[in-house]
Design a protein around this ligand. Structure first.
Ligand SMILES: O=C(O)CCC(=O)C(=O)O
Ligand SMILES: [Mn+2]
Length: 204
């Protein structure tokens, strides 16, 4: 593996019991606002109904799952859509930057301030023990909120993820931390987040 940290455009963020690398601004080969528009317009968005403690509810965002294998979480099973040329292009850029390989991507579309994502860890069995997840943001900046699962003394970490930023979560991050995107009280334009993942077992 090449020495990522010798490349000035990435920084390791201090986080106890976890490992976060942030590229504040990556070059995707297209302006990030045209990628945002193209992905919003061309994606087969769905609003998934999930089950939490036995109760069904609609997720407050739209999503799409592309890749080679299906994926299950919170009681739903996502059958993958095929890779599109633009997603393949972004995937290979992200793979070059991180020096990792991914076989799927979850796209999340936060239409406005009323959309968000509850606190969770990406700790499904299919992702393996210490998953590396690369998260690319486009559109409006939103705070990525992290809370330690056991150590309340560590307090809440907030990372504003702006258009063109790439966050790599790896090591013990999913084991010890939850993360999410809060809804906002002030008006806010659309944001897209693409999380590239590597599914390592089918677990059907
Ligand atoms: O929108 C984000 O930045 C987070 C997305 C996320 O945590 C997920 O897809 O699991
Ligand atoms: Mn997540």
């Amino acid at each position: 593996m090449h020495d990522l940290l010798s490349i000035a455009e990435v920084e390791r963020l201090p986080l106890a019991d976890g490992d976060l690398l942030l590229w504040p601004q990556v070059d995707l080969g297209y302006p990030s606002d045209s990628l945002l528009r193209q992905l919003i317009d061309d994606t087969e968005w769905r609003q998934e109904q999930i089950t939490v403690f036995g109760k069904p509810y609609l997720q407050p965002r739209l999503s799409a799952w592309h890749g080679d294998l299906s994926y299950r979480y919170s009681g739903i099973r996502l059958e993958p859509l095929a890779w599109t040329p633009i997603l393949r292009h972004i995937k290979s850029r992200v793979e070059n930057l991180t020096d990792l390989k991914f076989n799927s991507v979850l796209l999340n579309y936060y239409r406005d301030e009323n959309d968000g994502m509850g606190m969770h860890s990406d700790d499904e069995r299919e992702l393996g023990q210490r998953p590396a997840i690369a998260s690319l943001s486009l559109g409006e900046a939103r705070d990525f909120v992290l809370k330690h699962r056991f150590r309340k003394d560590l307090g809440t970490v907030k990372l504003p993820l702006s258009a063109g930023s790439l966050l790599l979560m790896q090591g013990d991050t999913q084991r010890y931390w939850r993360h999410g995107i809060n809804k906002l009280r002030r008006p806010c334009g659309p944001r897209l987040n693409l999380t590239f993942r590597r599914i390592i077992s089918k677990n059907q």
